[in-house]
Design a protein around this ligand. Sequence first.
Ligand SMILES: [Zn+2]
Length: 256
Amino acid sequence: MSDDWEPLVKELARWEEAGRVAEFWLRDDDAVEPTPALDRLLDLTGRFAVPVCLAVIPAYTGGPLAERLAQAPQASVAVHGWSHANHASPAEKKQELGPHRPPEAVLSELSLGLERLTRLYGGRVDPVLVPPWNRIHRSVAGRLPEAGFAALSVFGPERPGPLPMLNTHVDLIDWHGTRGCRDHSVLAAELAAQIGRAFAGRARFAGLLTHHLVHDTSAWEFLERLAAITSAHPACVWLHTHELLPRSALFTDAPS
Ligand SMILES: [Zn+2]
């Protein structure tokens, strides 16, 4: 095994020695339809039995994705905004769910998104909102339960808020540089650091963020190696989204 993975392997050894199991979660953004890249993601996660949460853009998805997911029991669906449209000015960071429109207008789109995905994908859908570009204004976030959501998923450490957060903590892609996969040793060290925080009780799990549509060879290699190392490891488990939701959320009916 190359040295790239040493920090993660070492950290997992510590969990094993302590008789504990580190929890991982995989969120992949921007799915709307079956593509060769989505096939590759579903094939990889299927082979290693790694559950994957697909953040699907409601406005543009439809029956073909539902048919594809019927053969991918490891995949679940979360709501990725409404149409992934940017409403911010060119001077600002991109946002669909920012303060640029009345919160009521944003919430009614999000509620429609949850409804549409539930109609298409039924029980595969978890009532979790994944804001496009991981950005959401507090005036919208505070009212998400009104739109039927039980949890919010962005990037970075979870913070106390109006509803539970299921975040991602490590991003596979170097968005501001090569727009390809980040260095494997850095990614492995970041995952090790996040489960290290969980070991100390300062985090719950490690969330990995991927974007299948832009993966280069290095991104696929990283994901495959990570799946191989963790899925065979006694001190690791990959969780389904619903396993990370608070128990009460499982009894919340999504709007029909
Ligand atoms: Zn996105």
